[in-house]
Design a protein. Structure first.
Length: 292
């Protein structure tokens, strides 16, 4: 699942606020710049790029106070088995060098409910629900998602998910997948959060495209986290590799900043005239998060 980050106005004021162990709200906003590069070879007849700019904000409300004393601050909600409701919005622009610029917005709502309580029959079970409306150019793309899972241990979740994506001009696809996450605590502070996922998408006329990925975040104490992830999409033998790195720093218990980068490399495409088309997408973002 995509990760929500932010740059908050008034960072100086936020840093001066008194630290608090628990929180009920998160406010987030961020900026990311990307570049889609493409060129042909044998011979080179095209060498161009397309730039992207995306601004985003989000807000999260937790049904109960989140306890930050159980481990790294970046994993507080996961370790405390927290239920939440989250709203998000992004506004992006694509700068096409050889044509008119395009822009688009995305609206989303995501929720997680964790059944917790003494002697509850369903204690530890969780339900994820999500909806996203993306409006790139003149298109409208709606995505519904449902996940059902469980805390297998206090620090381990397994979630089985379903997703339906539909476009306003016709056509929709269904996807199924599984996600597993586990936090390995170090003696004292810090730890490693490991994650893995895999899934299939049903597309008419194709072998079912598959996606799988692995990743981990190494927490140096409770305030610093270094994340690395790898994902592979396989569509009828055409593969897309995606690698990402990120560094998160909680300046105080309330305020965090993050720097993240991503590189996406699809396989080369053989064109009708014998040329090969090489493409690559890179993105760098800076963000921050404030809790209260």
């Amino acid at each position: 699942m995509f990760k929500k980050t932010a740059i908050i106005a008034g960072i100086g004021l936020a840093m001066s606020a008194s630290a608090q162990a628990d929180y009920r709200w998160e406010a987030a906003a961020g900026y990311a710049a990307g570049s889609f590069d493409y060129e042909t070879k044998n011979p080179k007849t095209i060498d161009d790029d397309t730039d992207t700019d995306v601004l985003g904000v989000s807000g999260t409300f937790y049904l109960d106070n989140v306890d930050t004393s159980k481990g790294p601050l970046g994993e507080a909600a996961f370790l405390d088995h927290s239920s939440y409701i989250q709203l998000g919005f992004t506004d992006g622009e694509v700068d096409i060098s050889s044509g008119d610029d395009e822009d688009g917005q995305t609206y989303s709502v995501n929720t997680r409910y964790v059944a917790e309580g003494p002697n509850w029959q369903l204690s530890g079970w969780l339900v994820d629900l999500g909806f996203e409306r993306a409006e790139p150019g003149d298109l409208e793309v709606d995505t519904w998602s449902l996940g059902i899972g469980k805390y297998l241990t206090q620090n381990t979740t397994l979630v089985l998910g379903y997703q339906n994506k539909s476009v306003n001009n016709g056509g929709d696809v269904d996807s199924w997948g599984a996600d597993i996450e586990h936090f390995f605590a170090f003696s004292g502070d810090g730890g490693i959060k490991a994650r893995a996922h895999g899934g299939k998408t049903v597309v008419s006329g194709l072998d079912d495209p598959t996606t799988w990925g692995v990743g981990a975040t190494w927490y140096i104490g409770n305030n610093w986290g270094i994340a690395a992830d790898y994902e592979l999409d396989d569509i009828n033998g055409f593969e897309v590799d995606r690698m990402s790195l990120g560094v998160e720093w909680f300046i105080t218990e309330n305020l965090a900043v993050e720097l993240a980068g991503q590189l996406t490399e699809p396989d080369d495409v053989d064109l009708d005239d014998g040329q090969k088309l090489e493409t690559e997408y890179s993105q760098v973002g800076i963000s921050a998060l404030y809790r209260f």
